[in-house]
Design a protein around this ligand. Sequence first.
Ligand code: NPQ
Ligand code: MG
Length: 368
Amino acid sequence: MKVEAIELHRLAIPLVRPFETSFGRQTGRDVLLVKVLTDIGEGWGECVAMADPFYSSEYVAGCEDVIRSYLAPALLGAGEVGAEAASALFSGVIGHRMAKATLETALLDAQLRAAETSFGGYFGATRDHVECGVSVGISPTIEQLLDEVQGYVAQGYRRIKLKIKPGWDLAPVAAVRELIGDLPLQVDANTAYTIDDIPHLRELDAFDLLLIEQPFVEEDIRSHIALAAAIETPVCLDESIVDAALAIDAIERGATSIVNIKAGRVGGYLEAVRVHDACLAREVPVWCGGMLETGIGRAANIALAALPGFTLPGDTSASDRYFAEDLTEPFVLENGTLAVPTGPGSGVTVRDELVAAWATRPVETLRG
Ligand code: NPQ
Ligand code: MG
């Protein structure tokens, strides 16, 4: 295909409830969407970066700038190009994986719509539904936390993930474990601990957790190795895993025995499939992470989560976990699962009227 223009859309979407993690509290989703206009049709990509560089070094305005200044010009000047060629085209730019993933996904959407192939079919999905978990933020009180968790259990979620940080860990985990019985439970620290906390983190072994996710900073593989050797609960890396090579290295060194896969974090769905393949070959279970995506990103995540190595429920929750209204037809939980879209490309239809209604500034159109 030939890319003729790239639109940048910046939206503000209200969340149904604030979402608090060890790195901050979100009350809305500041989201960047890109639409590629090509000679074979259009495609959408959603950027997973947050408004501020507090979860990752990337952030929305930074992604926008690197797309506008570097990635879009490379694509618009490339002539005939397939989604599979995007990462090589972008390779002169170091890092900025979330920005690269946004454009690659839009290209893949356009390409697969034209080929009448679904994301799931293209990735190698082996299931038509995926099991869903839910990520639960830090609450003002344990009572409110239990209320929120109870609601998700009633909706049918197959596993609960609690956000933890120093001062909000053993007590809420104990209370939730008591509430939910033997429903699968895991925790996510988003890098809030240090190696000195290992004796404290070992106390989590009492709660039969599926895993503990990313207790230490992204670059600190060594402390994760030390924790994994000291604790029964499996250690799972999120922020640290930025590509398939790093996943293999972290697995072989004993830093992680389960991997959270987020396409944005690793530079796109094609690399995400390679992370999956590397983990499957090493018998390391994977699950699909979430970044408060709208239906656009959620559709692609659910297609990814339908690959055979995704043996644990993901953070691929229903639309109403985050949004009263979604940018696409909503994803609705069916017996704790979501249906993998089967239509061409992402398989969802973007509601242009909502894209316009939630825009925080006029559409910016980039041309060659
Ligand atoms: C995680 N996601 O697994 C992330 C962290 C996270 C579902 O727990 C706006 C955009 C707010 C992305 C808050 C979940 C966010 C965000 C938290 C990602 O670590
Ligand atoms: Mg995480």
